[in-house]
Write a protein that binds this ligand. Structure first.
Ligand code: AOS
Ligand code: ZN
Ligand code: ZN
Length: 426
């Protein structure tokens, strides 16, 4: 299924006059504050977030999975779903694949399909957290950190194959997330595991094409519950430094122990030019992978505030690879992703409204009260008309969720693909 701009324009009609009123009201206020409104809208319109191929079907937990209807069964169908998201939101202009779940059979056809939908291939993901059918070695006791040379070699080679697949699709970065770790004290040797991991990553890094980047994701626990080899941003940064200039740390919002100050991690990494990528989601307890902005929208705003500061002031940090890493157990995956994209755009817009110069002056004067007021003024602004404006400027939907329902996208997908579908992936 493919949505056309004409279809969206027709649906947009009924909401346009309301939008104009809301937009002009906000415009008045922002212009009085000296905000460069056009610039904010351009930045919002340019901001593109990758959709991971594994988030398009229903997720699940180890206790069960409740499937959704009309889920994509092939890589082509996954691209179509991202195409729908992009047509509606104009913010999902990239897809992040996962190998072995998404191995293309016809590369040219896949590239062409993505092209016609306006999609780029962002970071590609390897998988050494599951044993693959017919594999010679098991990852039960580690992959890139494994003591057994055979398992470690197999894991390194898998990553190189993933790079080759990504290269043929036009992707330019590899994300490595390792489940490697232990469940019990004493189970394995911390130092040896870390050294093996460093050596494996260096081998992968050495084989990357010159224009590729390596993103190293960290996570404190799960699936292992006593220790994880790459447990935090410090370990990731250390490994990235041991690899070289094109290796970076990747921050997944759910990969922190409760109350960790993620915005400060972002600031530190950007200052060092080592923040490479970002996985958005939200959580209450752990790596819950819930809809972005559903639980802690203010935290998301504070993170974006540091990202905006970094993007303006840290030329040493490269452009970031943005991705949503979420899982959907009780919602329509596409509706959930639309909500996540909207939450990201809202937080970004709010952060763009922060008057950085005034904040710096208030900080200098130790006016703590004023500092808080400046941040919260921006956070409490209803920026949705700006987000809508950015979307309209690219031919998207005024209200993506409303359009999605009005066009009965899910019913159409069920008609095309059937009711009993199982998406590949997590
Ligand atoms: C796992 O917890 C990580 O968030 C990964 O980024 C990702 O979900 C996984 O690699 C899926 O392939
Ligand atoms: Zn992640
Ligand atoms: Zn995760």
């Amino acid at each position: 299924m493919q949505l056309t701009k004409d279809q969206l324009q027709t649906i947009n009609q009924s909401g346009l006059s309301r939008h104009e009123t809301d937009f002009n009201y906000l415009l008045d206020k922002l212009l009085a504050n000296g905000t460069a409104v056009e610039d904010v809208i351009t930045r919002l319109a340019d901001f593109q977030v990758a959709i991971p191929s594994w988030a398009l079907g229903a997720g699940g937990t180890r206790f069960g999975r409740f499937s959704y209807h009309g889920e994509p069964a092939s890589l082509e169908q996954k691209l179509d779903d991202v195409g729908v998201l992009h047509a509606l939101t104009q913010t999902a202009g990239a897809v992040s694949l996962h190998i072995p779940w998404d191995i293309p059979t016809d590369y040219a056809a896949v590239r062409e399909r993505a092209d016609s939908l306006g999609l780029k291939f962002d970071a590609i993901n390897s998988n050494t957290f599951q044993d693959q059918h017919g594999a010679d070695h098991s990852y039960k006791h580690g992959s890139l950190s494994a003591g057994e040379e055979g398992a470690r070699r197999q894991a390194i080679e898998h990553n190189l194959e993933v790079v080759e697949i990504g290269r043929r699709l036009g992707s330019q970065s590899l994300t490595v997330w390792l489940a490697d770790g232990t469940n019990f004290p004493g189970q394995r040797n911390f130092q040896r595991n870390l050294l093996q991991t460093q050596d494996s990553l260096q081998q992968i890094y050495a084989a990357l094409p010159d224009d590729w980047k390596l993103y190293i994701e960290y996570k404190p626990y799960e699936p292992n519950f006593y220790s994880t080899v790459i447990q935090d941003w410090g370990t990731s940064l250390m490994l990235a430094n041991a690899c070289g200039d094109r290796a970076f740390t990747l921050v997944d919002l759910g990969h922190h122990l409760p109350n960790t100050n993620i915005e400060q991690i972002v600031a530190t990494l950007m200052l060092k030019g080592k923040l490479g990528g970002f996985h958005f989601n939200d959580s209450k307890y752990g790596d819950d992978d819930l809809t972005v902005g559903s639980t802690k929208p203010y935290a998301l705003f504070l993170i974006f505030n540091e990202l905006v500061y970094g993007m303006r002031n840290n030329p040493q940090n490269p452009d970031l690879a943005w991705m949503i890493d979420a899982s959907h157990n009780v919602k329509d995956p596409l509706e959930d992703l639309i909500q996540s994209l909207e939450a990201i755009q809202i937080a970004y817009a709010q952060a763009l409204l922060v008057d950085q110069e005034e904040l710096a002056r208030a900080q200098e004067a130790h006016d703590v009260v004023r500092c808080q007021e400046i941040l919260q003024d921006a956070y409490r602004t209803d920026v949705r008309p700006l987000v809508q404006r950015a979307r309209l400027s690219r031919g998207g939907a005024l209200n993506p969720l409303h359009a999605y329902r009005k066009l009965e996208v899910r019913n159409e997908l069920i008609r095309e693909r059937g009711k009993h579908t199982v998406a590949t992936g997590l």
